[in-house]
Ligand binder design. Sequence first.
Ligand SMILES: Nc1nc2c(c(=O)[nH]1)N[C@H]1C(S)=C(S)[C@@H](COP(=O)(O)O)O[C@H]1N2
Ligand SMILES: [Mo]
Length: 200
Amino acid sequence: MAQVPPGQIVTERFPILTYGEEPRIPKEAWRFELFGLVEAPFTLTYADLLALPQVELTRDFHCVTRWSRLDVVWRGVRVRDLLERAQPRPEAVAALAYCYGGYTTNLLLEDLLREDVLLAHTLFGKPLPPERGGPVRLLVPHLYAWKSAKWVRGIELLDRLELGFWEKLGYHWRGDPWREERFQEGPVPAASLRFRSKKT
Ligand SMILES: Nc1nc2c(c(=O)[nH]1)N[C@H]1C(S)=C(S)[C@@H](COP(=O)(O)O)O[C@H]1N2
Ligand SMILES: [Mo]
């Protein structure tokens, strides 16, 4: 039996969850910007992304609405590699991911630095379909799937926690499925984050 996080139900289906309109972004028009508290901000095209070192990985995908889809196969570029190139400033501790269509989600820099966090362009060996966030989405498999931002167009590094779309509506500021961090109870730990950024 596969292990899934508490309160999750395994489904063979792979539902599509999009809030609002589905943006249609041709590959040629897609751009990704890495900016904010970095020494060397840059912008990537789709061709640039494909020219970088690629990784393929298989991960389970956990939606906070309680379905888990096992063994999803992704291919893309490690966000860690992109961050290395951008060189985060010492005060950078958090990030906001921006999407075509207006969706946002917040992440800790340390979560983005995990080796299985990708800018994913391929799903089960095929180009990521538009309804799945194609041409490119963020994949953050160790957090609830709302962090895996579809149609991603940028990541901004910040020296504080700034909440994204669902997080502002009451979802948990971090969203670890193994801890069942579904909804925010109590204040968001913005102050402690700022403290941690000061390398004491
Ligand atoms: N841009 C954008 N990204 C998004 C969403 C969204 O509405 N817009 N929904 C999130 C949620 S709640 C989930 S569960 C996953 C669903 O991904 P899927 O549609 O490929 O299953 O995408 C996440 N990324
Ligand atoms: Mo979700």
